[in-house]
Design a protein around this ligand. Sequence first.
Ligand SMILES: C[S@@+](CC[C@H](N)C(=O)[O-])C[C@H]1O[C@@H](n2cnc3c(N)ncnc32)[C@H](O)[C@@H]1O
Length: 183
Amino acid sequence: MFVFEKHRLVDTVRNEEVMHDWEKPIMHRMAKFVCQDGGDIIEFGFGMGISATHIQKQNIKSHTICENNPVVLERLYKWAKNKDNVIVLEGDWYDNINSMKLYNGVFFDTHRDSHTSQFGNLLECIARVGCRVSWWNNVPREYDEFGLEQNVQYEVMDVNPPANDYFNHRKYYMPTTTMQLTR
Ligand SMILES: C[S@@+](CC[C@H](N)C(=O)[O-])C[C@H]1O[C@@H](n2cnc3c(N)ncnc32)[C@H](O)[C@@H]1O
């Protein structure tokens, strides 16, 4: 069961944090990168909606959000009520692949996702040329989790998280890439 608290989203069954608002500066930076050319944006994992809210502040055409947790989905639908460029893909992103289109920006931040290793392959199918991509990096160094055949760059950010279940470092290595494939 996911429960929203003041500063975090918690999985009470596993007794672990899914998301925490100390990540806000990272989420904002990632959102800015992904949305810098506008157009159609897709986001994997709504969580506390921190990144989604910042994506909405950018000059974009559409904002597709894929989310699979029922508690988070309820919050997502409420949040999306007056936002006419939001498209919700309900369920595991892996089961929604056929509903995806081509995007100018991709924001990937899921949690305990058994299909994460497939993300690199999916990217080539949903990215327009020049698509801006960023994803959560849980490792405090340059680390290309998806082994992309792409030039991945890292923006190093100073962070100061409160003690938490998943990231307790003072430097965050934000990965980004710009898709060079031709389509
Ligand atoms: C770390 S949170 C996302 C945080 C978000 N970026 C924010 O700023 O609040 C991860 C989210 O991914 C969702 N998620 C996990 N696995 C998923 C999957 N396979 N498909 C879709 N959503 C998934 C979780 O339910 C959770 O809402």
